[in-house]
Design a protein around this ligand. Structure first.
Ligand code: CUA
Length: 153
């Protein structure tokens, strides 16, 4: 084997091992791996599974609300959400059918909601107004009509 060929083989192998060590350290020592032990449920039985058997807005503390929400073609349940300004809202969501998106315009809240999985997200709403909620995952023929609003008073 040519000397340069050997050098490049050693260098590239060392580079791969180096990357594996760095990502392995991040994943196992620093806990930067994708989430595991996710909360799952039977997507066929969303209506019978707590808390999705009773979707809605619930006050859980001083300026703190919990919104249990199901997403389905082509709507969000509950359709009307109203919270006072300054509220922290914990969303607990799942899909009844296909993959949907949950994006709240004007905030950083933007997540995917998949059937069989429970998605949780928290957002503080400081400014009063009507916040547009959009599905941003193509979910079928009515995808472009899938929207709702969050009213912050
Ligand atoms: Cu739901 Cu697009």
């Amino acid at each position: 084997m040519h000397r340069f060929e050997k050098i490049w083989l050693i260098l590239s192998s060392a580079l791969i091992i180096g990357f594996m060590l760095v990502t392995g350290y991040q994943a196992f020592a620093l806990g930067m791996a994708p989430p595991s032990h996710q909360e799952i449920l039977d997507p066929q039985k969303v209506d019978e599974t707590a808390p999705f058997d009773n979707p809605g807005v619930k006050k859980i503390g001083e300026n703190e609300y919990e919104v249990v929400m199901t997403l389905q073609i082509f709507s969000f349940t509950p359709a009307e959400i109203e919270v006072p300004a300054g509220s922290t809202v914990h969303f607990i969501m799942t899909s009844k059918d296909v993959v949907h998106g949950f994006q709240v315009a004007g905030t950083n809240l933007n997540t995917m909601v998949m059937p069989g999985y429970i998605q949780k997200a928290t957002q503080k709403f400081d400014k009063p107004g009507e916040y547009l909620v959009l599905c941003n995952e193509y979910c079928g023929a009515g995808h472009q009509f899938m929207s709702t609003t969050i009213t912050v008073k």
